[in-house]
Design a protein around this ligand. Structure first.
Ligand code: CP3
Length: 346
């Protein structure tokens, strides 16, 4: 039962008495208890054990006092169900055994049947919706970002093979976008049906594209995804890194909330996306390594801009780094609450 719906109200641009806050990667290696769990289970094994996965998801909510939980999983989880084997390597990221190289590899990708392919995901969500007093955010990777791993075979700096396919073989590219788009729609719909109260689509690496290329090669798929998920009536969040120049085009996706990183000030982000959507962000997670006074100064500046209009959710601009101190995040969370509550009372 949700007792604290601040996050959902902020997503809908309704009035709030304080600014809601949660963090990308709020469950992870910066937590001693997560490191303990990881001694016994790999990342994927955590996901496959609903009781363990639910506890990992709950732990930052209890420890930090954040206003939303995010399902513990990884963007690669449904890619396995499409028939592409992957591994997540320590301090590196996802690695695909046989990256997509030709038409045949893309044609072979299977549509997913969420409940039978990934039953543990929905079992975890069901446990969480019973236990949580804050909303649960379900998530998926976005087609471009997933395609970048599937084509490159792992993390990449320049996305050369991805862009070679996109620019050089657009028919194949759109086939891949279609398959991934179908997967994202099916997967997120099933997460909401199991109990997720909001969804976030991580397009972490799409900021590597020029706006015109984004509009041509990615936007149609994102429009289709957000349109087809609109009947779920849950907030739909779209996040990417270095997307400042893409924001005006992002609005056309139809998402309800846009997540931005620290490279674009909240006020500029708002000016670019307009008044009909909410904004989420955007403290540089590296700032958490500075003394508290500096963290506070920067959090204040973000909140001051955030409260200028309804529809603001405090977050980091990207995920929590593994070396972050738990105390610093606890302090930040309660600071966002107390400072914004005072500021909103005026
Ligand atoms: O608390 C949460 O945010 C929920 C869990 C979550 C994970 N991955 C767990 C995880 C979420 C939302 C993700 C999304 C994800 N995974 C993204 C999009 C968000 C982003 O950070 O841009 C991407 C690009 C991935 C792919 C991925 N998985 C990377 C780049 C890495 C990091 C590699 C490393 O070791 O630093 C992973 C591994 C991963 N996924 C960890 C966690 C907590 C690292 C810890 C571990 O291996 O136990």
């Amino acid at each position: 039962m949700i007792e604290n719906d601040l996050f959902l109200r902020a997503c809908r641009r309704e009035p709030v008495e304080r600014i809601p806050v949660w963090y990308m990667r709020q469950a992870g290696r910066y937590q001693p208890d997560y490191r303990e769990v990881r001694k016994k289970y790999s990342l994927i094994e955590i996901c496959e054990h609903p009781e363990v996965c639910a506890q990992v998801t709950l732990s930052p909510v209890q420890q930090l006092g954040v206003d939303a939980a995010i399902l513990f999983s990884d963007i690669m989880v449904p890619i396995g169900a499409m028939g592409l084997a992957f591994d997540i390597q320590k301090d590196h990221g996802p690695v695909i055994e046989q990256p997509l190289r030709q038409a045949n590899d893309i044609e072979r990708l299977k549509p997913i049947d969420p409940e039978s392919d990934l039953p543990y995901v929905f079992e975890t969500i069901k446990i969480l919706t019973r236990e949580l007093k804050v909303p649960l955010i379900g998530f998926s990777g976005a087609p471009f970002t997933l395609a970048s791993y599937m084509i490159e075979g792992g993390p990449s700096r320049d996305y050369l093979r991805t862009k070679a396919l996109m620019y050089g073989e657009p028919k194949l590219w759109y086939m891949l976008m279609d398959r991934l788009g179908d997967m994202v729609i099916t997967y997120l719909r099933a997460q909401v049906q199991a109990g997720a109260s909001a969804i976030q689509i991580f397009d972490s690496w799409v900021g590597s594209l020029a706006p015109d290329d984004y509009a041509e090669y990615v936007l149609p798929t994102m429009q289709r995804i957000f349109t087809q998920l609109s009947d779920l009536h849950v907030p739909r969040i779209y996040f990417g890194v270095t997307t400042g120049e893409l924001l005006t085009t992002f609005v056309k996706t139809g998402a309800d909330v846009f997540g931005v990183d620290w490279r674009v000030p909240i006020r500029s982000a708002r000016a670019r996306v307009g008044r009909n959507v909410a904004i989420q962000g955007n403290l540089d997670p590296a700032v958490l390594f500075a003394p508290w006074a500096e963290v506070q100064r920067r959090a204040e500046a973000i909140i001051d801009m955030g409260i200028e209009q309804p529809g603001f959710i405090f977050n980091l601009g990207h995920g929590v780094f593994p070396a972050t101190s738990v105390e610093q995040l606890q302090r930040l969370t309660s600071f966002v609450h107390t400072y914004s509550e005072r500021a909103l009372r005026g």
